[in-house]
Write a protein of this length. Structure first.
Length: 193
């Protein structure tokens, strides 16, 4: 259980960041898709529930963004363990592309989410602040808000959410394939190092 990555396994900080972010991302995807479902209801109970869910979603997004920056820094400072020697070139390219997409999405999703809610005209109309776990307020780059910009950024954030769900599903399927079909120990390295 070493600190740094080796050619054969991941160090404990990389594994901790991987599994923490995996759990948080799955939670966020579920919460985000659930909050969109609440958009259809306009009664006061639904609006209050949606407000709390969106505030929670924003807070966890900031945490994921912070962990993503730490993870990127850790990844740049540590070598990546080698892929199995018998892995084909197409599979290697897919693995590399999937990992790059995941890194891009874990940084860009929180950024577009923050910009999306910052562009909301509701903030100006009702004095709603982008709070992080009720501890501090995120800066608001769009005062006053813009409905058009909110729509564009919301669409981008939604596209990224569906992209993240797709890439995460492919990543999980690949891990299961390596564990059950290939039996090459790839998943074990992310669990045990």
């Amino acid at each position: 259980m070493g600190l740094r990555n080796t050619p054969d396994g991941w160090g404990w900080p990389a594994r901790l960041l991987h599994w923490a972010m995996a759990g948080f991302i799955l939670f966020q995807l579920g919460l985000g898709f659930y909050s969109v479902r609440l958009l259809t209801g306009q009664d006061s109970d639904t609006l209050v529930e949606r407000f709390y869910i969106v505030q929670t979603h924003k807070s966890w997004g900031v945490l994921i963004f912070t962990l993503a920056l730490i993870r990127v820094a850790w990844r740049l400072a540590n070598p990546r363990p080698s892929l199995p020697a018998d892995m084909g070139s197409l599979e290697r390219a897919l693995a590399e592309g999937t990992h790059i997409a995941l890194y891009v999405l874990v940084v860009s999703m929180p950024l577009t989410g923050w910009l999306y809610v910052s562009a909301s005209t509701l903030q100006d109309s009702y004095g709603i602040k982008n709070m992080v776990f009720g501890l501090f307020e995120l800066p608001d780059p769009f005062v006053p808000g813009s409905k058009e910009l909110e729509t564009v950024l919301g669409n981008i954030h939604s596209f990224f959410a569906f992209s993240m769900a797709t890439i995460v599903s492919l990543h999980i399927l690949a891990a299961v394939k390596h564990q059950i079909i290939d039996r090459d120990g790839l998943l074990r390295r992310m669990v045990l190092g």
